[in-house]
Write a protein that binds this ligand. Structure first.
Ligand code: GLN
Length: 297
């Protein structure tokens, strides 16, 4: 990092790199410096303020400077620390999984809301394309007043490894079965036909044309197979809608995240196979239609 006087204490390091990040127009420069330094010191951000005048070793400084540089070049903070919060729960991530997005909390929140009034003694929930396990783990964790079991699938064994670790970190490993395989094929050994109460999914939905225009912070760090979908980005939604009715119980729900501008097409497609009165669209915090909810009856 091209700083003239290498920082010596935590306070110096924070001040200098804050200015440095701000000069490079990095948003939230204060927060970014704190998260990166806390990560280097393997501690929490509060530690920095309790040890404000503590000296940093040369090694700590050089790692800190290196990571700060990477952030300036576009590496997201979550990719630097290998951690990301979802539904206020801790998740680890690596290059094999999509970094969970705040928009996806809509799927988990709506599932939690519906589950509270859903009449079943034991709920079976499917999470298709679990990635880091964020949807499966947060629903299992935040729904502990209900008797439930989640089956979470992914085609990537490396992703499932991370998802299992996240289940363990959040103490819900007994509530989730991770299954390797493509979409519903992963669930075949469990004979779940017409047994699922909820099917939750954030499938890949970026169109080939949009994919090329994604910022480097996404293109370089999120796995392509977690984002990219042919058929105007609706390839996976179509597959899932086609098969979901074989897995859902009467009055069960299918909740699917979708991309900007996909709402009308998706609604039309859904109405071909499901009762149009039971199809709902939910908007995200930017007022963008983000989730399709279908009640199967
Ligand atoms: N279920 C994960 C998420 O919502 C992964 C989704 C994906 O890889 N498309 O973030």
């Amino acid at each position: 990092m091209p700083m003239k006087h290498p920082a010596k204490t935590i306070s110096d390091a924070l001040r200098e790199s804050r200015l440095f990040l701000a000069r490079h127009k990095i948003p939230d420069a204060n927060l970014a410096t704190e998260i990166i330094l806390a990560h280097v010191l393997k501690s929490y951000r509060t530690y920095l303020y309790r040890n404000f005048y503590k000296r940093l070793s040369l090694r700590q400084l050089s790692v800190y400077n290196k990571l700060t540089q990477q952030h300036i070049k576009g590496k997201p903070i979550s990719r630097i620390t290998g951690k990301k919060e979802f539904m206020s729960l801790p998740f680890i991530i690596n290059r094999h999984v999509l970094s969970p997005r705040p928009e996806t909390e809509l799927v988990a929140e709506e599932a939690l809301r519906l589950i509270q009034s859903y009449p079943a003694d034991k709920l079976i929930i499917l999470d298709i394309g679990t990635g880091s396990g964020n949807i499966a783990v947060s629903v299992a964790k935040l729904c502990q007043n209900r008797h439930l079991h989640v089956f979470a699938s992914d085609t990537s064994a490396q992703a499932l490894k991370i998802a299992r670790q996240n289940a363990r970190i959040n103490g819900v490993e007994k509530l989730i079965t991770f299954c390797k395989g493509d979409l519903f094929r992963a669930f075949k050994p469990f004979r779940l036909g017409h047994k699922a109460d909820f099917i939750l999914t954030n499938p890949p939905y970026i169109t080939p044309c949009e994919y090329k225009k994604l910022p480097n912070s996404v293109l370089k760090y999120d796995p392509k197979h977690a984002l990219y979908a042919k058929d105007d980005g609706l390839y996976y939604h179509k597959q899932i809608m086609e098969k979901a009715s074989r897995y859902l119980r009467q009055n069960g729900y299918l909740l699917m995240e979708m991309g900007m501008g996909q709402c009308e097409n998706l609604k039309k497609l859904a109405a071909e196979s499901y009762n149009p009165n039971q199809i709902k669209i939910l908007r995200d915090y930017n007022d963008i239609p983000r989730m399709l909810s279908i009640r199967y009856n």
